[in-house]
Ligand binder design. Structure first.
Ligand SMILES: [Zn+2]
Length: 450
């Protein structure tokens, strides 16, 4: 059996799915070493906050890049590649494990230097003649015009973003080709310039959202019992940037604070709820990224000499973890290391089949972003102190959902309600903005996508 030369096993997924345990099991059975790819775990001394694997749990398996420092992605990439090189030199298998997307991606894929910037058309706007020729048209007219000739690009711009709309019209005018086509081409070119560094076996450990959310809530509870607040106090001193959720509580709990005990407890309870919410939201973003970006990028290596093989392992039922995650993972990894035929990824489990069917063919394009406009938070020029209109756009559903729950958005809703009740008397539109689409006046938020 010929061993795969200079291969890599990568394990990713949210918190609470057993990534570290799988890494350790694989390392023990396959003569491997573990490289940490979790940005949080590099905080030295904060074992509870970062849910760091303990020396006892490591079972003698070497772990690299734990307890290190705050990394930039470039520093991480450099050090992780160095470690992989060393591990290959010892004829062992490097196992990269963690939930930090850009760490995993920077190690798996190499970006060729000098990639063109997004949307480059090779045409520079070198005079203002085009702009001048359009000076009599209103923003709305220009947007309608763009929508008729390049609807994809029109959907990308807010109808009041005159500069961008003019630019898209100018590109078509000058090059005879739609701006959206230039953007799509340049995205495609950048994808081609991303090359996989090692033959890679990727495991995505997945748990269904309701189960995972419950697990996250329980974990936050565990962390508190294990002494989370002690670490948080220390972290606040060390970084002068505590976990934002507990900032109010930690301030109130400081010895010189005059906050009452009851208020303190309320702030603490609020902090705990906020921590659960933000951890859930982070998990959701991780899953979206794996499904929409990482797996499609792996698939794009199909037919190339260096390939990435993505597999989903179902960690929804922890009672089945050993058979569903450990045994299945080990069996696949043994085949990979032994250069044997790998099974069909969709045949591993029903969950794998379902998730892989949902994966997009290509990584997310900016042209496929569903853009959302928040009319609650956007302000017309008359409403801002500096007289410059503020438009709040959210790129994609995740950013939108996050924004909807943000403190700023909730604050603005309250503010708008007040303003609206004042203005009702004069029949003024509380938004103070000439809503270009009639729907906008009636709904707080509107998607410009389908
Ligand atoms: Zn908003």
């Amino acid at each position: 059996m010929e061993l795969i030369r200079k291969g890599l096993i990568a394990i990713t997924g949210t918190t609470g799915v057993g990534k570290s345990q799988l890494a350790i099991e694989l390392a023990r059975k396959l003569n491997g070493e573990v490289i940490n790819a979790d940005a949080l775990q590099v905080y030295k001394g904060y074992d509870i906050i970062t849910n760091k694997v303990t020396a006892e749990e490591m079972l003698g398996v070497p772990h690299h890049l734990l307890d290190f420092k705050e990394y930039t992605v470039q520093e991480f990439e450099r050090d992780a590649l160095q470690k992989i090189h060393e591990i290959h030199g010892r004829n062992r298998v490097p196992i990269l494990v963690g939930g930090t997307n850009y760490y995993i991606q920077s190690v798996m894929f190499q970006k060729e230097p000098g990639s063109p910037q997004g949307g480059s058309t090779g045409v520079q706007p070198n005079d203002h003649s085009f702009e001048q020729s359009q000076v009599d048209k209103s923003n709305q007219q220009l947007w309608e015009e763009l929508k008729s000739v390049d609807p994809i690009m029109a959907e990308n711009w807010h109808p009041n973003n005159r500069r961008k709309i003019l630019r898209s019209l100018e590109v078509l005018h000058t090059t005879g080709r739609k701006h959206s086509e230039w953007v799509a081409d340049s995205e495609e070119a950048r994808r081609k310039e991303e090359t996989l560094r090692f033959p890679t076996l990727l495991f995505w450990l997945y748990a269904d959202t309701p189960v995972l959310n419950q697990r996250i809530d329980n974990r936050v509870g565990d962390m508190i019992e294990r002494g989370l607040f002690g670490e948080l106090g220390q972290l606040a001193k060390d970084l002068s940037d505590p976990r934002a959720e507990f900032e109010a509580y930690l301030k109130a709990a400081a010895t010189d604070s005059k906050t009452s005990e009851l208020e303190c407890e309320q702030l603490k309870a609020k902090g705990i709820e906020d921590m659960k919410t933000s951890t859930r939201r982070y998990a959701k973003r991780q899953i979206t990224w794996i499904r929409n970006k990482l797996i499609p990028e792996c698939r794009s290596t199909l037919g190339k000499s260096t390939r990435a093989h993505p597999f989903v392992l179902d960690a929804t039922d922890l009672g089945q973890w050993k058979s569903e995650v450990m045994n299945k993972g080990l069996s696949i990894a043994q085949k990979f290391v032994g250069s044997a035929q790998l099974p069909e990824a969709a045949a591993v489990s029903d969950t794998a089949a379902r998730l892989l069917a949902e994966v997009k063919e290509k990584p997310n394009s900016i042209l496929a972003w569903k853009r959302h406009f928040c009319s609650v938070c956007s302000k017309s020029a008359e409403e801002t102190p500096n007289g410059v209109a503020l438009e709040v756009w959210l790129n994609g559903d995740d950013e939108y959902n996050q924004h909807m729950h943000s403190r700023q958005h909730k604050h603005n809703i309250k503010h708008r309600k007040r303003v609206s009740s004042w203005h009702k008397k004069d029949g003024d539109d509380a938004r103070g903005c000439d809503a270009p689409l009639s729907k906008r006046a009636n709904t707080n938020l509107e998607s410009t996508g389908d």
